[in-house]
Design a protein. Sequence first.
Length: 121
Amino acid sequence: MSFKLTKIVSEMLSRLTGFDVKVITLTPEQRIELHKNNGVKIFAVQKGTCNLLKESGTNEKIMAGQVLVIPAEVWHGFKATGEECRITLFAEAGCIATWQDDTAPSPEVEEIRLVKDESAT
């Protein structure tokens, strides 16, 4: 069974669970830079495969059907691996991101920084 995560459904899930919900779609030329959060995040990979980027510089391949729990204050990011990857993100309400490139805190669910992956071309 599949459904489109609309703003209304997202708001309803947030009220019921205490987590903000957002769907992220990465195309092959996109990645999410390394960042950490002040709260727990849960990622459910819905479609495709991508790499979980780690502070150590190593990558972990993740694919549709996998669920990841990222504890607070752990550096992470994502990089598409040649196909579209769709991830549903559950973030503790009010979760704030600190980005490794500029360390400026930002509201995580409001601002997902997708950037072009230069190594994909």
